[in-house]
Write a protein that binds this ligand. Structure first.
Ligand SMILES: CC(C)(COP(=O)(O)OP(=O)(O)OC[C@H]1O[C@@H](n2cnc3c(N)ncnc32)[C@H](O)[C@@H]1OP(=O)(O)O)[C@@H](O)C(=O)NCCC(=O)NCCS
Length: 168
């Protein structure tokens, strides 16, 4: 794909030898990007475990790689026992707002459809406008809104559960 500023981005499946690239990706995200992901920074060990879990049966991943070979985005799908697939997505700070998140999400929806997953879900902070925007554009709807909870940062925030039914 060509990102909005003309930069070439390749979407592909991660491989075992992507560990160092993924560690660099996850451990250098800014506080602003981490804000809607989780309160704690990623450790190298966690990134290794995350990569190790990708088996393309229960856990799927697609990464976005820039021309210099660095990983600049990842979308993950984790299947639940209910048969739903939960999607999480991150794009590195300098690469946001160029259409990479939307492309990653679209690719993962296509993959989920091919794998016979019938329902996709994602839990998004109601203030996370860019994420809500890209999920809505793919047809996700709010299935449930959770009551506001105090975050570790002392903010009262609600999370919404978005869902999309895939037609076979
Ligand atoms: C959510 C995220 C993955 C989006 O990635 P991205 O590559 O920036 O996404 P895109 O460029 O494809 O699309 C972003 C859209 O949000 C819009 N947007 C950006 N900031 C916005 C704001 N404050 N309010 C409303 N829309 C906004 C952009 O204009 C763009 O829409 P457009 O294509 O109509 O112009 C990225 O912001 C991110 O990594 N956030 C931190 C992690 C996260 O929140 N993940 C989601 C929960 S799992």
């Amino acid at each position: 794909m060509t990102a909005k500023n003309g930069v070439r981005i390749r979407l592909r499946f991660p491989e075992r030898d992507d560990l160092e690239k993924l560690i660099k990706f996850y451990t250098t995200l800014s506080d602003r990007t981490m804000r809607y992901l989780r309160p704690y920074r990623f450790t190298k060990k966690e990134v290794e475990v995350m990569l190790g879990r990708v088996d393309f049966r229960n856990v799927f991943s697609i990464v976005a790689e820039c021309e210099q070979g660095e990983i600049v985005g990842e979308v993950r799908l984790i299947t639940h026992e209910t048969g739903s697939g939960e999607i999480g997505i991150v794009v590195h700070d300098d690469y946001q707002n160029r259409g990479i998140g939307q492309s990653l999400l679209r690719e993962m929806i296509d993959l989920a459809r091919r794998k016979g997953i019938e329902k996709l879900i994602s839990f998004i902070n109601e203030k996370n406008s860019p994420a809500l925007h890209i999920f809505r554009r793919e047809g996700f709807k709010v299935e449930k809104k959770f009551p506001p909870k105090m975050t570790l940062m002392g903010r009262e925030e609600s999370v919404v559960k978005l869902s999309l039914h895939l037609i076979k």
